[in-house]
Design a protein around this ligand. Structure first.
Ligand code: ADP
Ligand code: MG
Ligand code: MG
Length: 876
């Protein structure tokens, strides 16, 4: 088996075997770019190292020696020679970039003898001993685990003694003395003298790279970035080039284009007379790359050409490391550049315009999730932040405001135009008005799909949730984190993109759907076949949705309309009614209000379909809490200041509320089951819908209403309710004197609905997968319990790869969806099918929806652009 590949033997497609760095060094070598020769020891050797109890076979080292000989021949130098010594760098390189996993060792092969040879050959003692002292420090740190500060202290002392400020000002003799000091440090700290035999140095360095795969920071980095443990790292052994040979030498890092703005200009820094990571280490302040144009114009031109070549070859913006040795340019690394959302979009547009990528290829280069960042106000990246805690980045964007702990208060202050931040242990539907009024929401409990998170994302409002480092004392209206105590009214900033919680006000930059974004989205629209709609409950949301390019509303929930403060009392009266007549009385009051809601939403969405879901949640969600009521009643009785009839009234209320309590509300009396028992509720809603439509028809405004029945599990449920809807519609059509273009369909959110979809499709003109409930009912997980209690363990143990409430569970829920699509279309080939759960805005779930032939996805307005791009990518 071959474990060692010369750079001339590999290419960029061999990342798995050679690691990213090795594969790209090989690719650049074959492109004829100035890469110092070298070779890569494969990731398979890394696996072998661990299989063989951290050792490597002799044959492997024979291969290493062979490869070394070829390099020696090519360069006319010899490793360990006392005349013209070859020096090496030893560099780690995993299949995916893991910055900072291991420090690189430079100048390997130096010892007390070869250093003199290097000094002789170059005629530069300062240079030779500068290399040696760097080598001892790096090798000792990486291989012998001796902390850097030991050496840095000695270096500082030497500088002080010599009365100089910069490393480069130390002369050869002083550096030689420093090397002796370094060797003493090694002996003292490791009990052994510094290894002098070059091949022994190389062996130890190779072992150290393989060991570094399992050092704690590498393990944590892999966990955070979901990098598989089994990859292993490769080792790159490369001949050295020297940026520390004087004023005509240097080293630097650059991006072929600006990775922050996307602008087409070189972006980077360099240092003259420096080696390795001096640029990043901040020992001296590096110079901007434009300066190189003045100092070494020829090299600068060469770099420009090289960047062009690399961009063409990799068809992407590159992040490059280079070194200049005595006016000769060498390139030491290239990789696809990390970029901001803004830059990603600009790169895509420019690459298409420059003819480097087709539109399809360019679209695939943009991570749809990244677009999110462009749609929210963000923290100015230039400012320094006082971060006091970190929570989950639940809804992107940044918000600054005065701390408020109660939703009512947030609303009052918000109405006065004050900027407030709603800070709560968690939020409930009762807090929505406060969330609307606040700039952002911060909670200490709950996950990425907690109420606060879901609602905030829906509103496009920044939210940090589950910030456990914070303690909220509601009674004292204060917030404590460690030593810091903040009170109501103190100013706080949250960054929902990072999860940061920051003291004080921070400058924010406005979002921009700039021309580039609009262009990318219009390309996506031409390609995709999946329609994109939005979930919107209010005219404001609907307006936002249209702005972001939604092609209709896929889910308009009606329960939020019931929650508003002026309606809740009527809704409660309706629920607590003892007789049908009483209930109807309350419903009659609600009807005109609902009619107005629907009228406004239809009007905003003129010309586009609007799916209205009839009431879904269990009725007790609209009633006061049993515990609150009980306590109130007990207190009132104790005080004795209420009349006995008032007490009786309250006792009755408590009894009614108690009777509506359910052991398992998620599986209780909700959805269409409400209407089977209390048909008047849906009758009112349907009347309101058709009354609104009639108004709009008279105003010549086009409406495409789709009435959706939730939680159907058996076709008869739908049959009964559809008949009711058709009867009401017919009455309105009679009054109007014309036909109304409406459809009746159902949400598919129960496994039984999926497997009996053929029967349901006899009545349903459309299906919309409610994958939030379908996931709950298929997995048997209640979301609120799962996310707070056991799901984290499940994810940690990799029982489920991903949170099934965030990323659609294709194997389970997805399989049921496929059955439903197939059976539904068997009965009704033209059946329109969509999805309106949270998954409708998640790229990988969107891809699945495209694959199984859905007609549309529906997501929160702010995710519409993401879904447009993801839908196009699914098609490509
Ligand atoms: P990282 O993966 O942490 O970036 P690298 O292996 O790229 O580590 O090495 C870091 C730096 O060391 C390079 O950017 C370069 O400046 C220097 N370096 C590595 N190999 C060589 C070499 N053969 N000659 C000169 N400098 C080198
Ligand atoms: Mg590097
Ligand atoms: Mg549902």
């Amino acid at each position: 088996k071959k474990y060692v590949y010369l750079f001339s033997e590999g290419n960029k497609r061999m990342k798995e075997l050679l690691g990213g760095k090795g594969a790209n060094l090989a690719e650049m070598t074959s492109l004829g770019l100035p890469v110092p020769p070298g070779f890569t020891i494969t990731t398979e050797a890394c696996h072998l190292y661990y299989q063989q109890n951290k050792s490597l076979p002799e044959e492997l080292f024979k291969e290493v020696k062979n490869a070394l000989e070829k390099i020696e021949k090519a360069l006319g130098k010899k490793f360990g020679s006392t005349e013209n010594p070859l020096l090496l760098s030893v560099r780690s390189g995993a299949p995916v970039s893991m910055p900072g996993m291991m420090d690189t060792i430079l100048n390997l092969g130096l010892n007390d003898v070869t250093v003199e040879a290097l000094a002789q050959e170059t005629g530069d003692k300062r240079f030779a001993y500068d290399c040696y002292r760097r080598f001892i420090q790096m090798f000792s740190n990486v291989v012998l685990n001796i902390p850097h500060y030991n050496f840095e202290r000695a270096l500082d002392n030497a500088k002080e003694l010599a009365g100089v400020t910069e490393d480069t000002m130390l002369d050869g003799e002083i550096l030689k003395g420093l090397v002796d000091e370094y060797k003493r440090i090694v002996l003292k700290n490791s009990g052994k003298s510094f290894p002098q035999e070059p091949f022994e140095q190389l062996k130890l360095a190779i072992y150290a790279v393989f060991d570094s795969w399992n050092n704690p920071r590498a393990i944590i980095y892999r966990q955070i970035n979901k990098i598989p443990e089994h990859y292993g790292t490769a080792v790159n052994v490369q001949s050295m080039v020297f940026g520390n040979k004087g004023e005509d030498s240097g080293t630097g890092v650059l991006f072929t284009r600006n990775p922050s703005t996307g602008e087409k200009v070189l972006f980077g820094e360099f240092l003259v007379n420096a080696q390795g990571e001096d640029v990043v280490a901040g020992i001296r302040t590096p110079q901007p790359i434009e300066k190189l144009k003045e100092i070494m114009p020829d090299i600068y031109d060469e770099i420009l050409q090289l960047c062009d070549k690399l961009e063409k070859e990799y068809r992407d913006v590159q992040d490059i490391e280079f070194t200049i040795e005595k006016n000769r340019l060498f390139i030491l690394q290239t990789r696809n550049a990390k970029r901001t959302a803004k830059a990603a979009v600009k790169f895509a547009v420019d690459f298409v315009e420059e003819g480097l990528l087709s539109i399809e290829e360019a679209l695939l280069k943009i991570d749809p999730n990244q677009l999110d960042k462009l749609l929210h106000r963000n923290i100015d990246t230039e400012v320094k932040l006082n971060v006091i805690a970190k929570g989950l980045p639940a809804s992107p964007g940044a918000a600054t405001g005065k701390i408020v702990f109660e939703a009512d208060e947030a609303e009052q202050l918000g109405k006065k135009g004050e900027k407030v931040l709603l800070v709560r242990p968690e939020t409930t539907p009762d807090d929505i008005h406060g969330m609307v009024a606040a700039q952002g929401v911060l909670t200490t409990k709950g996950g990425m799909t907690s109420h606060a998170a879901v609602v905030a994302r829906g509103m496009g409002k920044p939210c940090v949730c589950g910030c456990e480092a914070l303690d909220i004392y509601l009674e004292d209206e204060k917030l404590v984190v460690g030593e810091i105590v903040l009170y109501k009214g103190d100013v706080l900033t949250i960054d929902g993109t990072t999860g940061d919680v920051i003291i004080g006000e921070v400058d924010l930059v406005e979002p921009e759907l700039n021309e580039d974004v609009l262009k990318v989205l219009s390309w996506a629209d031409e390609i995709r076949t999946l329609n994109v709609r939005a979930n919107a409950d209010t005219p404001q949301d609907a307006k936002k949705a249209r702005e972001f390019g939604a092609e209709g509303i896929g889910l308009c929930r009606t329960e939020h309309m019931f929650m508003e403060a002026d309606r809740l009392p009527i809704v409660q009266k309706m629920i607590l009614a003892q007789t049908v007549a009483q209930r109807k009385e309350a419903l009659d009051k609600l009807l005109p209000i609902q009619q107005r809601d629907f009228y406004e939403i239809f009007k905003v969405m003129a010309g586009l379909p609007v799916t209205i879901r009839l009431l879904d949640p269990p009725l007790h969600e609209f009633l006061p809490d049993v515990r609150d009521l009980s306590i109130e009643l007990a207190l009132a009785k104790e005080k004795g200041d209420l009349s006995s009839s008032e007490i009786a009234k309250r006792e009755e209320l408590l009894k009614r509320v108690k009777s509506l309590q359910e052991a398992n509300p998620m599986l209780g009396h909700r959805g269409c089951r409400l209407a089977i028992v209390f048909p008047e509720i849906y009758e009112m809603q349907v009347n309101a819908i058709f009354a609104a439509i009639s108004q709009l028809v008279n105003e010549n405004i086009e409406v495409y209403p789709e009435i959706m029945i939730p939680l159907v599990g058996e076709a008869k449920e739908l049959a009964i309710l559809k008949e009711m809807i058709v009867n009401i519609a017919t009455q309105y059509e009679g009054k109007l004197g014309k036909k109304i273009n409406y459809t009746v369909g159902t949400m598919i959110e129960l496994p039984r609905a999926c497997v009996t979809a053929d029967k349901i499709a006899e009545y349903a003109q459309f299906f919309s997968f409610g994958t939030n409930d379908l996931t709950q009912t298929t997995l048997g997980f209640s979301r609120d319990d799962a996310e707070g209690k056991f799901l984290p363990s499940y994810l940690e143990k990799k029982i489920y790869k991903e949170n099934p409430f965030a990323v659609l569970d294709r194997e389970g829920v997805g399989a049921l969806m496929e059955i439903a699509v197939e059976k539904g279309r068997k009965t009704r080939p033209e059946l329109k099918i969509g999805i309106c759960g949270e998954h409708g805005g998640e790229p990988s779930s969107i891809e699945f929806c495209h694959k199984i032939g859905l007609n549309y996805v529906s997501c929160s307005p702010y995710r519409v652009p993401i879904a447009r791009l993801a839908a196009a990518q699914s098609k490509i």
